[in-house]
Design a protein around this ligand. Structure first.
Ligand SMILES: Nc1nc2c(ncn2[C@@H]2O[C@H](COP(=O)(O)OP(=O)(O)O)[C@@H](O)[C@H]2O)c(=O)[nH]1
Ligand SMILES: [Mg+2]
Length: 254
């Protein structure tokens, strides 16, 4: 593998029914990749299951966090550990079966000439299975809003099935990321584009979970809306002042 050592970070909160199923599939399809589970002290015992998986397979590791602090916070913690442990490729994937491990080799192949690969539901060939209309609309609307406000040329900036090169995470200043919920995904995609790095979208089939519950909540949606609006307005102001500084002769500027 020319890309080096790969780890797939899997955040979990109450995924006891799903975790072993997903980890086994990742290990089968990418035998050389490691898995790092980041559990937020799930009350349903997911952390214990993760420990059992790690005990029987040296390529499975676990980070235990003490409280549920959101997907973004869990990923930041997982990324920090993955970087410390020297991985060259650091992936994101849900534990609930929505992201299919069997599609990872295609994502990995695309990373050969990219710095970030996004598994994308909203490019030709991508799809969503079993989502009600409202959830579909939320994702499409959220992505349209993100694209327009931030001006990033990406169809699915909010998905969480992706692969970063280590060098990408090193360049985008993770220490300044404040997004705790799902807007974390848009935040990182935007930072990568802004850093001038190569982002590629690869179509994926996203399958709604059949076991356990979604942690998507109104709070999470509101955080995304609020932050993306703030970033977008800041971006527009910056563009406006760039344009002004070009059209206004220096001596006339106050
Ligand atoms: N560690 C951690 N994992 C989380 C948190 N919120 C969601 N997850 C995990 O993130 C993944 C996606 O969450 P999910 O509830 O399926 O969101 P949805 O697919 O957008 O409905 C799953 O593996 C969840 O267990 C959190 O606060 N902490
Ligand atoms: Mg899900």
């Amino acid at each position: 593998m020319t890309l080096g050592r790969v780890v797939i970070v899997v955040p979990t909160y109450n995924e006891a029914e799903n975790l072993a199923w997903i980890v086994t599939r990742v290990r089968r399809v990418l035998p050389r990749a490691d898995v790092l589970v980041v559990d937020d002290d799930s009350p349903d015992g997911t952390g214990r299951i993760a420990d059992e998986l790690a005990a029987s397979d040296p390529q499975v590791q676990v980070v235990h966090r003490t409280a549920k602090e959101g997907l973004g916070a869990a990923y930041l913690h997982g990324f920090r550990v993955a970087l410390e442990r020297g991985y060259d490729v650091i992936g994101e994937m849900d534990a609930d079966g929505s992201h299919q491990p069997e599609q990872l080799p295609r994502l990995l192949a695309a990373l050969e000439d990219a710095d970030l690969v996004l598994g994308s539901r909203w490019v030709p060939g991508g799809s969503v299975v079993n989502w009600p209309l409202a959830r579909r609309a939320l994702s499409r609307g959220g992505n349209l809003y993100t694209r327009l406000l931030l001006g990033i040329p990406v169809r699915d900036a909010t998905g969480g099935f992706r692969l970063f090169r280590r060098t990408t995470l090193e360049k985008i200043d993770l220490s300044s990321v404040r997004s705790v919920g799902y807007c974390f995904q848009a935040d990182l995609a935007w930072r990568t584009v802004e850093a001038g790095l190569r982002v590629r979208e690869v179509p994926i089939q996203f399958v709604e979970r059949t076991r356990g519950e979604s942690k998507m909540s109104p709070d999470v949606a509101v955080e995304s809306l609020r932050r993306i609006t703030t970033w977008g307005l800041r971006e527009r102001r910056r563009q406006a002042s760039d344009v002004l500084s070009k059209v206004t002769p220096r001596r006339n500027r106050k």
